[in-house]
Ligand binder design. Structure first.
Ligand SMILES: [Zn+2]
Ligand SMILES: [Zn+2]
Length: 310
């Protein structure tokens, strides 16, 4: 760290600060204003602000934050599918077979996934087949319900050359922006994409539904569709209900210790699954001692007898 520190041995100061700012979980960033030490002027959610606004949040005053909120609101209100995906020279996307042009206007009114990925990105290459299978299931599901085909995905590439782009896009059944089109970079900036693969979901009105499409796909597969808060609430309730019947502890083939069932309220929280390497949150099985944590669906249960330390 390039900044200062309270000496490790100064327990008293550390305790006093923890209690003054009611620190319950870390990382926690408190920001004090130089000339205003009133409680209201002190920022308690610095971590969230930095995640949301980055360096723009400086100097973290009430005025600056209101300005940023306003900018975000305006950006949201002016966001439409057409101004996100077209420009002066192009009003179409590309599909299959090779280079078939699909007008952006034909996508208005659909739920749309923007898939930020590249062939050089290993987690992306691992996630793509999963997304393809779920994309196909969502399509089937939508048609089965008698609705019009109202879901599509658009690949937003950060591949470094045309050949890599071509071979990657050829594995995908959905649409794409042309390789090298400025919109690829503009969209990554607009949605503040910090790492790939990333799946941003737009609603039928062209507004952002969520930037955590990848996470929702990992957690709920095709059931995540249409990715709205209402759908996620519903799924969470179902999962809480199902978790009631899960064993409180289990032995898993991939770990030598017994794993305990945890959730947000009981020592859980966001994690990276040690079995499938994808993100998770909510219910999980955890070995507290090792920090080994897996999705409930990733547990391959074994009986205790076969796990005796060798
Ligand atoms: Zn997993
Ligand atoms: Zn362990």
């Amino acid at each position: 760290m390039p900044w200062l520190s309270i000496p490790f041995s100064d327990l008293e100061t550390k305790r006093a600060l923890n209690s003054k700012f009611e620190i319950e979980a870390i990382p926690f960033l408190v920001i004090l204003q130089p000339e205003d030490n009133k409680y209201e002027a002190t920022i308690h959610d610095g971590v969230e602000l930095l995640n949301r606004f980055g360096v723009q949040a400086f100097p973290f005053t009430k005025e600056r934050l209101e300005e940023l909120e306003m900018e975000e609101k305006e950006k949201r209100e002016s966001q439409t599918l057409i101004n996100l995906l077209t420009n002066h020279d192009r009003d179409y996307l590309l599909g299959h077979p090779a280079a078939k042009q699909v007008p952006v206007a034909s996508l208005v009114g659909k739920t749309l996934g923007l898939y930020f990925s590249a062939q050089w990105c290993l987690p992306g290459v691992k996630f793509t087949p999963k997304l393809i299978s779920i994309y196909q299931k969502i399509k089937q599901m939508v048609v089965h319900k008698g609705n019009e085909d109202d879901f599509e995905i658009v690949f937003v590439s950060s591949d470094r050359d045309q050949a890599a782009f071509d071979s990657y896009f050829n594995s995908m059944p959905w649409l794409t922006l042309p390789f090298g089109d400025p919109a690829n970079k503009i969209l990554a900036k607009h949605f503040d994409v910090k790492g790939i693969p990333c799946l941003v979901i737009l609603g039928p009105d062209g507004k952002t539904v969520t930037k955590h499409g990848r996470n929702l796909i990992n957690l709920y597969k095709e059931n995540a569709y249409p990715f709205t808060e209402a759908q996620v609430d519903l799924l969470e309730k179902q999962i809480d209900e199902e978790a009631k019947s899960l064993p409180k502890s289990k032995y898993h083939a991939g770990h030598r210790h017994e794993l305990g069932l945890v959730s947000e309220g009981t020592g859980g929280g966001p994690f990276i699954c040690c079995d499938c390497d994808e993100q998770g949150s909510g219910w999980a099985y955890l070995c507290l001692e090792c920090g080994y944590e897996v999705h409930t669906k990733c547990v391959r249960a074994v009986d205790r007898g076969s796990m005796v330390d060798s």
